[in-house]
Design a binder for this molecule. Structure first.
Ligand code: TXA
Ligand code: MG
Length: 333
């Protein structure tokens, strides 16, 4: 690791002021949110946004979320249907990203939008992220602060390990409380559709909408130009959130040589196996918060495979299983 530790700054007044200066001069700052750490740049600055793609090694067709400080700021960027507005009012600030049609005068860089006519927007529920957004007064484009396809960061140290000197400053806000990314809803049509399960549960969303939330499927893409269609389901990028080790899901027991990730009662396995638990008591909130850090830690043990105990699919389990399925998916290289 060739990282300069001096680039990690506490999120105090000085740190925030420095971060704001860097962002407004086109630099990159990693910042804590309630979900995961984000790699932020001024979303209205093409060159700054380009640096995000370069630092992450991210395919440039994958659009970024614009983070804003208030509902008013969000409304200046996109058109909100009544359902989108109700969702924003109910759940912002919080782990919910809404994809809405962009306003004609939307100042967010086309590069950040990957040329789409929709924009993903969220207000993060984290005092450091909000303070920074209020200071810079521009939307911040911020993907998770990991190299493209890798495990998302929930500690400042994770960012340092993954992105090293590819950014200008890391604001340390401690561990992310939620630990999985925001839930993403496509609100470009009449009915919101689920693009990515995440920190806000399906249950909470359906209770507000008063109807079941449909998953986005390719069939919905017919409203888009065909070459844009795959973007509608970013979750369909099968391999993602991947540690170096292979991942074996729903393991009832561990095989020799495997590291073990438990949930609830420990699964049987060799005594010598590196073992962590997402939540010994089987609590999904605790498990979500531990997920990415645990994958990183077991990966560091050098085991070729991580065996992961079954995790129920309800509540935050939907997002956890989504991330694990992609960590386990075949990789292109
Ligand atoms: O919790 C989170 O959402 C974190 C924190 C940092 O805010 N951010 C995050 O960003 O997870 P990222 O870039 O890792 O994931 C954003 C996802 C991508 O899969 C992208 O394809 C999708 O949002 N996305 C962005 N704009 C979109 C759009 N206009 N239409 C459909 N999907 C979009
Ligand atoms: Mg990500």
């Amino acid at each position: 690791m060739n990282f300069e530790p001096s680039a990690i700054s506490p999120s105090d007044e000085d740190g925030l002021a420095k971060a704001a200066r860097i962002l407004l001069s086109g630099g990159l700052v990693a910042l804590p949110t309630e979900t995961v750490y984000g790699l932020a740049a001024d979303a209205t600055n093409d060159q700054a946004v380009a640096k995000i793609f370069a630092a992450k090694g991210r395919p440039s067709f994958n659009p970024l979320i614009a983070h804003v400080a208030s509902l008013e700021d969000a409304l200046a960027l996109g058109h909100f249907t009544p359902a989108a507005l109700a969702l924003a009012k109910a759940f912002w600030a919080g782990p919910l990203t809404l994809v809405v049609p962009t306003r004609a005068d939307c100042p967010v860089s086309l590069l950040a939008r990957a040329g789409l006519d929709s924009l993903a927007i969220r207000i993060p529920a984290h005092p450091v992220a909000l303070a920074l957004l209020q200071t810079v007064k521009v939307p911040l484009a911020a993907p998770s602060a990991n190299r493209s396809g890798h495990v998302s960061p929930t500690l400042a140290r994770h960012v340092a390990e993954d992105l090293g000197q590819r950014l200008d400053l890391i604001l340390d806000g401690g561990a992310c409380t939620l630990g999985v990314e925001s839930t993403i809803l496509d609100c470009t049509g009449d009915m919101p559709l689920l693009l990515r399960p995440g920190g806000l549960t399906r249950h909470a969303i359906e209770a507000l909408l008063q109807h079941p939330l449909a998953l986005h499927t390719p069939a919905h893409s017919k409203t888009m130009q065909s070459e844009q269609a795959p973007l509608l389901a970013p979750g369909l990028m099968a391999s993602h959130y991947a540690p170096r080790a292979k991942v074996r899901l729903n393991a009832k027991e561990a095989l020799p040589g495997e590291a073990i990730l438990d949930f609830g009662p420990s699964i049987p396995g060799p005594n010598s196996a590196p073992r962590l638990s997402l939540s010994p008591s089987g609590n999904l909130i605790e498990a979500a918060a531990q997920l990415f850090a645990a994958l990183r830690q077991l990966d560091a043990s050098g085991c070729p495979t991580i065996a992961i105990a079954p995790i129920p699919a309800h509540d935050l389990g939907e997002a956890i299983n989504d991330r694990l399925a992609r960590a386990a998916a075949p990789r292109s290289g």
